[in-house]
Design a protein around this ligand. Sequence first.
Ligand code: FAD
Length: 574
Amino acid sequence: MTRYVQPVPAPDDPYTGDGLLRSWLERRLGPAGHAAAKARLADLAADVVGPLRAAHADAEAHPPTLVRYDPWGARVDRIDTSAGWQAQRAAAARHAVVALPYLDSARGTWGAAARVVQHALLHLYGPESATFSCPVAMADGAAALLSLPEVDAGVRDAWLPRLTSTDPGTAIVSGQWMTESQGGSDLSRSGTTARPAGDGSWRLTGEKWFCSAADATMAVALARPEGAGAGSRVLAPFLVPRYAADSPLADADADADADAAPYAPAPGVTVHRLKDKLGTRALPTAEVGLREAYALPLGDPAVPGLVRAMTLVVVTRVHNAAAAAGGMRRGLAYARAYADARTVAGGRLVDNPLHRATLGALAVDAAAAFALAGHAFALLGRVEVGADPDAAAELRVVAPLAKLATGRLAVSSASEYVEAFGGAGYVEDTGVPRLLRDAQVLPIWEGTTNVLALDVLRAVTREDAGAPLLRRLSAAVDLARPMSPALADTLAAATADLTAALADAAADPRAVDVVAGARGLALRAAAALTAALLVEHAAWGDEQAEVAARLWARCRLRHEDIAADAHQHLDLLC
Ligand SMILES: Cc1cc2nc3c(=O)[nH]c(=O)nc-3n(C[C@H](O)[C@H](O)[C@H](O)COP(=O)(O)OP(=O)(O)OC[C@H]3O[C@@H](n4cnc5c(N)ncnc54)[C@H](O)[C@@H]3O)c2cc1C
């Protein structure tokens, strides 16, 4: 008897095979704008299915290690990473995954929509980047923060070009040191202090509990300026050079050593240990101690700085949504490819009505997550280029909504993708289990679901951020009417429900039932917004979006079983 060997799934090219991505770009960029982006996207997709897929596997197989001491007992705190991780780092720079929205040439070609092109790059790059997408997000957030006019020009000129370089030899990424063990969500308990050194620089002392990309060349750390008082609003962002080579506190001998050992830590920066994590295993996440570490203020520390730091956080949250949506789409592509090849009950798995319905429902969720993430990036671009006040008002609520809704969708979808491979999905060296492990972090970092739900509640009750949301929903009802009266009615009912819920919340935002219901409210708002975004894309002429809008609205707004339709439309949806 011959030994049966399972077929290896070969998913489609992530750019040419993703109809929704392509039509989204066609609509958002226009035919000329999309044409201008095609070579860039095709190059990245070719790298992803070739060397970067191999680099991803290498980085996952060889997680980072912390070397605390050199052979002679000197403390070195060096983080060794794999060749795969380094290849991902170089590719992120080369393909301008961080840099694109900051490049004059990109802004010249696409204007505010440079962020739309960047989202497409992230959609292609992220899922098989061994979570290098995390340092990419933090580098982008740091670059956005450094771009603020209130940041000292000297600091900006020294660091921003390095963060936005497309040369792998000079490009750097950033960490983001905010979480402390006594409070991650509750920043008011932050204990890291900052004192002025008298020469414009500051010294930071404290303990940071989760520091991802701990090998990055710089970090943005939150600290409490001396005399600033209690609470979270007064916390200020500081740039901390991670290595001696960038720290003026390193003495001349250390400078000389830095040439030989470029990764010698900056004085006062200690890496206690690397976290042993459920997923994101290629990503070094460390506990870091700061003792009088050299730091540069990002803005005036006397001015309450949490608002400035939120510039960074908004960027990393929309990246999180992109990571969720990208991962879902790639997981779907793998599951579909496997179903095309695998035989069950005398036929191909992809021809089985029940499995088709399962994949079809997952495809609807993937389309939904893509629309949410894509919308958030489009708004971010309009805020940055042109300072569009309407976009800023909408982004205030869309960033947390997109982050929280896509994070949850990514986890539920990843579980289904693993199951779609049967037993093989549970076996490490197929690469499938990490889809689930890596998805589980998405609802946790950059704010948990509950914490973001409270942020949404604050935004809609204190900042009237519900208004742009409701306007978009109402407009979508009219767009949906000629497509499908049932869809329009569903969206109208969801809009009415949300309008009433927002009014109730605004009447008494601290009422126990309002706070207890914040997660439900946010998820309902995100589900309605998603339907509206899919309707907008469908109204432009995209058939896939029309099907996704109808099925999403039935499943998520009316809680109906969509199996029969999901089965029927699978080939259109993925
Ligand atoms: C892999 C990984 C990498 C990370 N990397 C970084 C990094 O690079 N930089 C960084 O700064 N942080 C990082 N973090 C930390 C992450 O951002 C925090 O873990 C997260 O914000 C939650 O904070 P916490 O761990 O203190 O949990 P807590 O805030 O203690 O939350 C515990 C539970 O309480 C809930 N909760 C908290 N507050 C409220 C509230 N007011 N109302 C209702 N429920 C609430 C939460 O939803 C959660 O379920 C990382 C985390 C992970 C897992």
